[in-house]
Design a protein around this ligand. Structure first.
Ligand SMILES: [Zn+2]
Ligand SMILES: [Zn+2]
Length: 415
């Protein structure tokens, strides 16, 4: 089957390039992917697929039925980032857009979701043209809002499970700064859980020269910032990976007024569900204890900004796919190391309690990657969320389609 797929990809390449460049130069922010979803839906309808639109906002699902057999769900994400592209490419994004708070911001596909959409459109096109080679059902999911951890949840709450058949396996992939042409996969945990919180401490404002009449929330917040670091060093085992970063601290405007409130924004990364719960509980305990220590009459308010679940690949399914990748891509198949980024992809697997597998596809130009390898600087190559990241289109456009079809073929009955 793969020879036929390779030939199809070759003849599709001009269309794939065009699709990628169109999507790359028309980025939209999370949960605002209106034009992107319209474009995707039209392309899917042109293929003759059953298309469901507007799921959880802008989510799109396409169903390709081809007789009895397992259901394979493939997922791509559609959102871009509020950042300026600095690649200097001829098709670089020049756009600015209004974000949800009404601020004008630059917008660009610097996470590579444009590549993910192109891969999935290409995969669905090839599968719909090679129906005599396989049997079963393929569901393509184009989800909004991955960057904000909203999209998969919105689609599930928007009734996705009533629109598509229950999947037997869910597949997802992300473009990464590995060498173009390589793929990286592992069983078990591959991405961390990410939780972002906003903590507001309530004090009692007053004159900077008469602190005895005030309760200072700046002290509570400052003390909490330091004490929160003891969670990683004192409350969990050295083998458990925990990162707590306080990325924002805001209180007051001038030097001689004690403010009423102080606000922290923090980000937590963990690699184990039990540890995650323990860490989140410890954050609450420490913040409340700081408020008590200062004699505050109100406990701090802790609000979730976003929450990305852990991504843990099904061991058996990942092993099967890794074996096929090795057969097809040879030594260009790498063992992925778990990385410190997070995804909301696993929510789909959790929604039906079915296995899922997620892997990486390399996108850095070979010469650039090999140069970096020689100088030991692969760690500083531009990758997702870098304004300088310019993935090489070849062979990347083809590889992400090959990976999907190879992985899916374990479930789609071969004729
Ligand atoms: Zn991203
Ligand atoms: Zn991404």
């Amino acid at each position: 089957m793969m020879t036929r797929v390779e030939n199809k990809i070759r003849s599709l390449l001009p269309t794939l390039k065009e699709t990628y460049m169109y999507l790359h130069s028309h980025p939209e922010l999370s949960m605002q992917e209106v034009e992107t979803a319209r474009y995707i839906s039209k392309r899917l309808k042109d293929l003759g697929l059953e298309v469901h639109e507007g799921i959880g906002g802008t989510g799109v699902a396409a169903i390709l039925r081809n007789g009895r057999g397992p259901v394979v769900m493939m997922r791509a994400d559609m959102d871009a980032l509020p950042m300026k592209e600095e690649t200097g490419l001829s098709y670089a994004s020049q756009w600015t857009t209004l974000n949800r708070t009404g601020e004008m911001v630059p917008v660009s596909h610097m996470c590579g979701h444009d590549m993910h959409m192109t891969w999935l459109l290409g995969t669905l096109e090839i599968l719909s043209e090679t129906k005599e080679d396989w049997q079963g059902t393929v569901v393509g999911i184009f989800q909004p809002g991955e960057e904000t951890a909203e999209g998969s949840k919105a689609m599930i709450e928007g009734g996705l499970s009533d629109m598509i058949p229950k999947p037997d396996i869910i597949l997802g992939q992300h473009l990464m700064q590995y060498c173009a042409g390589t793929v990286a996969i592992r069983g078990g945990q591959i991405l961390t859980a990410g939780d972002s919180l906003e903590v507001t401490f309530f004090g009692k404002g007053g004159h900077g020269g008469m602190p005895q009449n005030a309760i200072d929330p700046v002290i509570m917040a400052s003390s909490a910032v330091l004490r929160l670091q003891t969670i990683a060093s004192r409350e969990v085992a050295p083998s458990d990976q925990v990162v707590i970063t306080v990325g924002s601290i805001q209180a007051g405007k001038v030097e001689n007024i004690i403010p009423h409130e102080a606000r922290l924004k923090l980000n937590v990364r963990t690699t184990d569900e039990k540890v995650r719960e323990k860490v989140l509980e410890a954050i609450r305990r420490i913040c409340e204890a700081e408020a008590l220590a200062s004699g505050a009459s109100l406990m701090p308010e802790i609000k979730e900004i976003n929450s990305f679940p852990l991504t843990v690949n099904d061991e058996g399914a990942a092993e099967l796919i890794e074996g096929s990748f090795r057969k097809y891509f040879g030594n260009k198949t790498l063992k992925a190391e778990p990385i410190g980024a997070s995804e909301d992809f696993s929510r789909f697997g959790r929604a039906w309690n079915v296995p899922y597998v997620y892997w990486f596809v390399g996108g850095t130009k070979k010469e650039i990657y090999e140069e970096a390898l020689k100088s030991g600087t692969t760690g500083s190559l531009p990758g997702p969320h870098s304004p300088h990241w310019a993935p090489s289109l070849l062979p990347t456009l083809a590889v992400g389609i090959e990976t999907m079809i190879i992985a899916a073929s374990h479930w789609l009955r071969q004729k």
